[in-house]
Design a protein around this ligand. Structure first.
Ligand SMILES: Nc1nc2c(ncn2[C@@H]2O[C@H](COP(=O)(O)OP(=O)(O)OP(=O)(O)O)[C@@H](O)[C@H]2O)c(=O)[nH]1
Length: 489
């Protein structure tokens, strides 16, 4: 039987007696029993601790004392704590006030109890402090919102995670680090005075995170100066009293840590805190892995795109890219009424070079040509491999004089750069055919004319540049008889 300063009729009440002694005394949730006027006649130990009143400190008080908002007392009275309230007690969450004025969210189940013997009504409330659970739920919702917000890029989301962690754990400093051997590098950090720049490095052994890595799981110190790390260099160096950190792994490999800290001590970290920071770190790890995959994919795509448009041997544009550029240039020229030039370049006696010095020597000559073309041409020009030992140079916005000058420069440079094979210097030369688009004709027609001019250059003894105008082509019946204009070397 329970004794208190409330009337003996209540104290001897059988329901209270049984409830208090046999059922409620030892349970972890707070139990509050009131009389019909909602005055407290019984609280268990958990209630006394939860509300901070000490043993029996609440006895005799109205339950209105317990609510943060006095209206809530009336609201709950009308809803359930009245003689006609529902017999089946429903669970609800309301905000309670402790003796010291601080508040907490209490998940409550309660309502009337009718004593079978006397017909008297008592009210029962069972309260569980769910502040940390609710806060964890809200932080999880927030984490979900941040991580699924595709309008934010990875860096922005990482920052949001840091902000969220600082707010939730009540620790003002948040860091994502990358760890390589003994090198601890700050990747991103939140600090009230912006005192930790990204890129700052520390010796891992002197950081709090070395403890997290040693434990290989989320770790916290809520009052470092009174903990086992008080003599460790991390505490000596940084003087942070509270620290909560988790390793970040990417595809099973250690990447670094996520950690939050404060110069002030804080409440002891609980299992939920450790689970939450572990979850944050896990998300960062997944995102980092996704970023790495994305980058690898982009690099592969770039390689593929390059492979699809680049000649493997020389690194110049391949025939496909040249075709695209030529068509684009023709269309552009239609719009702006300009001209473009095409020069077809063909090595002289290339077969002999191959036959005499080997295929590798021939390849080296082609590579050498690519280097010359890259050096001599403007950024807007495109030199590409047209096939075999033949190259095409597309010169946008270029009239005859400019085209011939460039072509001659290329021919001269090739001739002036003998190939060195096994200590022997082999003289090289190219023949070049030039054509200027007349603005109406197809790309194929311009190339055919450049090809005819090239044929002429070969026929004229090679190592020279020839040009064919569209008029020349119109009159031509036999390519061999065509002779274009010769430029001076
Ligand atoms: N090394 C090497 N040789 C190639 C490549 N592509 C084509 N060739 C060779 O280039 C040679 C071209 O020979 P031809 O068309 O007879 O022309 P040429 O010997 O240069 O004679 P002219 O053009 O009349 O001066 C052939 O032997 C081809 O095998 C290549 O990528 N590398």
């Amino acid at each position: 039987m329970i004794t208190n300063s409330f009337g003996s009729d209540v104290l001897t009440s059988r329901a209270l007696d049984i409830a208090a002694t046999r059922i409620f005394a030892g349970i972890v949730d707070g139990v509050v029993l009131t009389d019909e006027n909602r005055r407290i006649i019984y609280t268990n130990k958990a209630t006394d601790q939860m509300f901070g009143y000490g043993e029996d400190g609440l006895i005799g008080l109205s339950t209105s004392t317990l609510y943060e908002d006095s209206n809530e007392f009336a609201v709950q009275g009308a809803k359930r704590f009245n003689p006609d309230g529902p017999a089946e007690h429903k669970t609800y969450i309301t905000r309670y006030k402790r003796k010291d004025g601080t508040v907490f969210d209490g998940e409550t189940t309660g309502g009337p109890i009718h004593e079978p013997d006397t017909g008297r009504v008592l009210y029962l409330g069972i309260v569980r402090d769910v502040t940390t659970r609710l806060s964890a739920e809200s932080v999880l919702n927030e984490l979900h919102r941040v991580t699924s917000d595709r309008s934010l890029d990875f860096e922005a989301r990482r920052r949001e995670i840091l902000r969220l962690g600082c707010r939730h754990f009540g620790l003002p400093i948040g860091i994502v680090s990358n760890i390589d051997g003994d090198r601890y590098e700050v990747v991103d950090a939140i600090h009230p005075e912006d005192a930790i720049p990204a890129g700052a490095t520390f010796a891992l052994g002197e950081t709090y995170c070395c403890h997290t890595l040693a434990a290989d799981e989320p770790t916290g110190f809520h009052h470092a100066g009174r903990s086992e790390i008080r003599d460790h260099p991390c505490y000596q160096g940084f003087q942070l009293e509270s620290y909560l950190g988790s390793p970040i792994t990417v595809d099973g490999e250690l990447y670094g840590t996520l950690n939050f800290s404060s110069p002030a001590p804080t409440r002891p970290f609980n299992r939920q805190d450790l689970e939450l920071i572990g979850l944050f770190a896990q998300w960062l790890g997944h995102e980092l892995a996704r970023e790495a995959d994305l980058q690898a994919l982009q690099a592969a795509q770039l390689l593929l795109r390059r492979a699809a448009t680049t000649d493997e041997l020389t690194g110049l544009a391949n025939r496909r890219l040249l075709g695209d550029r030529l068509q684009a240039e023709r269309q552009r020229m239609n719009r702006y009424d300009g001209t473009f030039a095409v020069a077809l370049v063909d090595f002289d006696h290339f077969k002999k070079l191959n036959d005499h010095y080997g295929h590798a020597a021939g390849d080296a000559a082609l590579v050498e040509f690519a280097a010359i073309a890259k050096k001599l041409l403007r950024a807007v020009d495109t030199a590409g491999r047209w096939g075999g030992e033949e190259f095409l140079i597309l010169l946008p916005n270029t009239a005859l004089e400019g085209a011939l000058t460039i072509a001659q420069r290329v021919a001269n440079r090739v001739h002036a750069n003998p190939l060195e094979v096994g200590g022997e210097r082999i003289e090289l030369s190219v023949s070049i055919g030039v054509a200027i688009s007349d603005g109406n004709e197809s790309v194929e027609a311009v190339i055919a004319r450049a090809d005819a001019a090239l044929y002429n250059a070969k026929a004229d003894g090679r190592n020279c540049v020839r040009y064919l105008s569209s008029d020349d082509t119109g009159n031509r019946t036999d390519k061999k008889e065509q002779r274009g204009q010769t430029t001076s070397p």
